[in-house]
Design a protein around this ligand. Structure first.
Ligand code: GDP
Ligand code: MG
Length: 598
């Protein structure tokens, strides 16, 4: 019976441990594609992902493997995104599997995301197969790393495949382990339809394509289906498998992984985690674990000078059709005019959207400092939630404010424990505990305000630990906090887009850092430009950009034609990115400058 020969699995790993490379090798080894057809990294198919070396959007592939027992197996490889911003998607795609390959770099060993992913996989009761990768590296220490996995995670590594995904070494061991260790799916083919949506995206021709795991029953074209969370019904127009392109089939049965098209107009109607059932013969209970994902980080997105508001709106709408987690609504800024308040899952999600707006839609945009969601208890008893510092009520009206706190785990070599503690303390962290993984590595647990994490925390951590520490976090809840609104005035005018909410104790330090950065990045004008940072009417930091003297410019340009051209070109490029604030020109990078600590 076919179900017995199906294996549904994911690959989980810390970033850069070789997940994509292994996926490519598995595809190659199962003879699905010739080498010529293989692109660099098939599963990471967005440019952005390839550049950043991370997997954002799920891709799924079916492999046919003839095992040593002589049977032909259907291996469905479900690729999961590998970043905290997308944790919920990771957990849903793992829920579509019976097992997971845990790829660990033989030189790096267990890291924060390795653990985070393992916990998610354990929550789904998956069979986890440890795979030691990069054994070709001179610095590889496979035996030590195996022991580390056994000690830290408690997984038996006696039979763990030791591979080099890059050189294609021992890939067969991985395939045999999948077949032998990962259980075949179970699930009654004759029961009413119950299928998990683990990804969805919008296709211009077919409408929303949902990626599903059929848990019970079957699904075929013509069937009326119902989304259990939203209650919406649709008629199935096509079902198919990933071979790896979309290949239509007659039906998908319990245990199968595939896709469904049903003329769905918006990804919001087919959300990740929702259960699809038969509208005429519905299942009683949906699958567990559905949750509406809510944005954690917000920022303003404005058309840059000369850019059309409607172009930005169109682009956001297009991106939103494909990204159920992206939210936006119009807002206006005194400084930047008409724009949008956008909500994201996290910082990476925010950066991805910003880059897609610029690259795919060719737009010039200005983005404001990211903000988390604050809860404000007013004296009149009203509770507000605020994700734009500009909307903060007057200080006199506020009883107290609360900010989101995350539970962070930071894994680091023991040498950097002091540096990590210093960093976390400077970011208002509360130390929880520390565990030794082995003699040389620890995992430290801190509660940190999300508002500190979004300001450059990750980069600071990397630089303080020479890149050795890894980091993962999860929202814990809200906590009362002494917060103030910090305003920035340029040439005596308040620029609302620069306003941020900070802890009172950090206000002075942030104020200094911002005015100094702005002084660096704002070009000199024909008049002096004062830059001030203020809490309410009280100025707590100031700098002045001196007026420009024309003769200095003339001298500096000199007679070198090519240099002059270069400068002019640079100026022209810079020009696009300028924003006129009052009578001061402010470059786009100024808006980013407020995000960076030093
Ligand atoms: P992912 O982030 O887990 O998907 O990791 P990738 O598959 O993108 O690999 C990260 C980097 O490690 C890339 O530069 C790969 O070429 C390299 N890499 C992957 N597997 C191996 C291996 O077995 N040996 C060596 N030396 N490098 C590898
Ligand atoms: Mg990858």
């Amino acid at each position: 019976d076919r179900q017995k020969r199906v294996r549904n699995f994911s690959i989980i790993a810390h970033i850069d441990h070789g997940k994509s490379t292994l996926a490519d090798r598995l595809i190659e080894k199962t003879g699905l594609l010739t080498e010529r057809e293989m692109k660099d990294q098939i599963l990471d198919n967005m440019d952005l992902e390839r550049e950043r070396g991370i997997t954002i959007k799920l891709q799924t592939t079916r492999l046919i493997y003839k095992a040593k027992d002589g049977e032909e197996y259907i291996l469905n490889l479900i690729d999961t995104p590998g970043h905290v911003d997308f944790n919920y998607e990771v957990s849903r795609s793992l829920a579509a599997c019976e097992g997971a390959l845990l790829v660990v770099d033989a030189a790096q060993g267990v890291e924060a995301q390795t653990l985070a992913n393992v916990y998610l996989a354990l929550e789904q009761d998956l069979e986890i197969i440890p795979v030691i990768n990069k054994i070709d590296l001179p610095s590889a220490r496979p035996e030590e790393v195996k022991r580390e996995i056994e000690d830290v995670i408690g997984l038996d590594c006696a039979d763990a495949p030791m591979i080099s995904a890059k050189e294609g070494l021992n890939i067969e061991d991985v395939l045999e382990s999948i077949v032998k260790k990962i259980p075949a799916p179970t699930g009654d083919i004759n029961a009413p339809l119950k299928a998990l949506i683990f990804d969805s995206y919008y296709d211009n021709y077919k409408g929303v394509i949902t990626y599903i795991r059929v848990v019970e029953g079957n699904i075929k074209p013509g069937m009326k289906i119902k989304m259990m969370a939203t209650g919406k019904t649709f008629e199935v127009s096509e079902v198919g498998i990933f071979a790896p392109g979309q290949v239509p089939v007659k039906e998908l049965n319990a245990g199968d992984v595939g896709y469904v098209a049903a003329s769905i107009k918006n990804v919001r109607d087919a959300r990740v985690g929702d259960t699809i059932t038969d509208a005429q013969n519905p299942t009683e209970k949906p699958l567990p674990g559905y949750k509406k994902v809510t944005p954690m980080v917000y920022c303003g997105v404005y058309p840059a000078e000369g850019e059309d508001y409607n172009n930005v709106k169109d682009a956001l709408e297009k991106l939103q059709v494909n990204d159920a987690a992206l939210v936006f609504e119009p807002e206006t800024s005194a400084a930047l005019g008409f724009g949008f308040r956008c909500g994201f899952l996290g910082l990476l999600h925010m950066e991805i959207i910003q880059e897609r707006l610029e690259r795919e839609f060719n737009l010039n945009i200005v983005t404001t400092a990211p903000s988390v969601i604050y809860k404000i208890m007013k004296k009149d008893g009203e509770m507000l939630t605020i994700q734009n510092p500009t909307n903060l009520p007057l200080v006199a009206e506020i009883e107290y404010m609360e900010e989101p706190i995350v539970e962070a785990s930071i894994m680091t070599p023991t040498d950097y424990v002091g540096a990590v503690m210093e960093l976390c303390q400077s970011r208002r962290g509360t130390f929880k505990n520390m565990e030794y993984l082995d003699q040389s590595r620890v995992v430290m647990h801190y509660d940190l305000p999300l508002n500190e994490v979004i300001y450059d925390f990750f980069d600071a951590l990397k630089s303080k630990t020479k890149g050795y520490a890894s980091f993962d976090y999860e929202l814990k809840g809200y906590q009362k906090s002494d917060l103030v609104k910090l305003d920035i005035l340029i040439n005596k005018e308040l620029v609302d887009a620069f306003s941020i909410i900070v802890h009172r104790d950090k206000a002075y330090e942030r104020a200094r850092s911002i005015v100094e950065k702005l002084k660096e990045v704002i070009p000199r004008h024909l008049f002096a430009v004062p830059i001030q940072a203020a809490i309410g009417s009280k100025v707590i930091a100031r700098e002045t950009i001196k007026a420009l003297r024309k003769d200095v410019l003339a001298k500096c340009y000199g007679g070198d034609v090519s240099r002059k051209k270069k400068l002019l070109q640079k100026q022209k490029e810079g020009k696009k990115r300028m924003r006129q604030l009052g009578n001061v020109e402010v470059p786009q990078e100024a808006f980013l400058a407020v995000l960076k600590f030093d």
